[in-house]
Design a protein around this ligand. Structure first.
Ligand SMILES: Nc1ncnc2c1ncn2[C@@H]1O[C@H](COP(=O)(O)OP(=O)(O)OP(=O)(O)O)[C@@H](O)[C@H]1O
Ligand SMILES: [Mg+2]
Length: 253
C-alpha cells in the first residue's frame, strides 16, 4: 500500500476549479515532486493534503486511513508537516525558538503524558531546546541558534522553516518551493538538505520551479496544468511526455 493515496481530488473556489479530479499515490521513502506552471494548483494541492482546505470531492488516505477533512493539527499528529511558499516565521523570536514552536506543536497534544513523564517543565524545555539545536545543526544553521529571525537572510530563513517542520518529527514533509528566491549557492545547499531529509527516512513531497533540482532529487514527478493531472512518472518519462513539453517546459522555453 502506498503511504499517501489521493483519489479524484477536486476543489472549486466559486468558478475556479483549482484542482480537478487529481489522483496519484506516493510510496513511503521517496522524493515526489509536483510541478506545473504558475496557478496550476500545486499549493492548493498541498493545502488540501495538509488540511488547510477541505476538498469539494475526492479522497486522501494516509496508510489506508482517510484523512480528507482533518485539521492541520490532526494531520501533524499523524506525521504530516509542511513549509510554506511564503515564509511563515515568527520574526520577533530567535531562530531556535522558531524551531521549538514545531516541537511544541508535536508535544502539546501529549502535554498530559509529558507532564507525567518529565519531572518538571523546565527539564522538558531543556530537552526541546537540545532537540531544536540538533535540528539547527542538521540544516546547517548552528551558528544562528540565538540570532533573532529578523536579522537572518531570506535564504537562511528558508532552511530554518525546514528545521521547524522537522521538529514535528514527520513521516512526510511537504516543501512548497524551498529554493524560490535563493541564489545558486543557496539552491545547492537546499538541494543537499532535501536529499539529507529523504535519506533520514522521511517521505518528501516537493513543489519547485527549479527543474535542475526537481530532476536531480525526484523519484517521481506529478505534472499539474490548470488544476488537472497532465502526467505522472519518473523524471525521464515526464521529460519526454509531449503534453508536458507543450504545456509546461514549452511555456518556460
Ligand atoms: N483561497 C482561494 N480562493 C480562490 N482562489 C484560489 C484560492 N487558492 C487558490 N486559488 C486559485 O487556484 C488556482 C491555483 O492556485 P495555486 O496557488 O494552487 O497555484 P500554484 O500552482 O501553487 O502556483 P504558483 O506556482 O504560482 O505558486 C489559481 O487560479 C488561484 O488563484
Ligand atoms: Mg504555489
Amino acid at each position: 500500500m502506498a503511504l499517501l493515496e489521493v483519489k479524484d481530488l477536486s476543489i472549486h473556489f466559486g468558478g475556479v476549479k483549482a484542482v480537478q479530479n487529481v489522483s496519484f499515490n506516493i510510496d513511503a521513502g521517496i522524493v515526489y515532486a509536483v510541478i506545473g506552471p504558475n496557478g496550476a494548483g500545486k499549493t492548493t494541492l498541498f493545502n488540501l493534503i495538509t488540511g488547510v482546505y477541505k476538498p469539494t470531492t475526492g479522497e486522501i488516505r494516509l496508510d489506508g486511513e482517510p484523512i480528507h477533512g482533518k485539521s492541520p493539527n490532526e494531520l501533524a499528529e499523524r506525521g504530516v508537516a509542511r513549509t510554506f511558499q511564503n515564509l511563515q516565521i515568527c520574526m520577533n523570536m530567535t531562530a531556535i525558538e522558531n524551531v521549538m514552536v514545531g516541537a511544541h506543536l508535536r508535544l502539546d497534544r501529549n502535554l498530559f503524558k509529558a507532564a507525567l513523564r518529565w519531572p518538571s517543565l523546565r527539564k522538558r524545555d531543556r530537552e526541546l531546546r537540545e532537540e531544536a539545536a540538533e535540528l539547527m545543526r542538521f540544516v546547517g544553521l548552528e551558528s544562528y541558534t540565538n540570532a533573532r529571525a529578523d536579522t537572518m537572510s531570506y535564504g537562511v530563513l528558508k532552511r530554518l522553516e525546514i528545521a521547524r517542520a522537522l521538529a514535528m518529527k514527520p513521516r512526510m514533509i511537504f516543501l512548497d518551493e524551498p529554493a524560490a528566491g535563493l541564489n545558486p549557492k543557496e539552491t545547492i545547499e537546499v538541494d543537499q538538505l532535501v536529499r539529507k531529509v529523504a535519506d533520514s527516512g522521511i517521505t518528501v513531497v516537493l513543489v519547485e520551479h527549479d527543474m535542475k533540482m526537481v530532476m536531480n532529487l525526484s523519484d517521481r514527478i506529478l505534472v499539474l496544468d490548470y488544476g488537472k493531472k497532465l502526467a505522472e512518472g519518473t523524471g525521464e518519462e515526464v521529460r519526454k511526455n509531449p503534453d508536458v513539453i507543450a504545456a509546461y517546459l514549452g511555456a518556460h522555453g
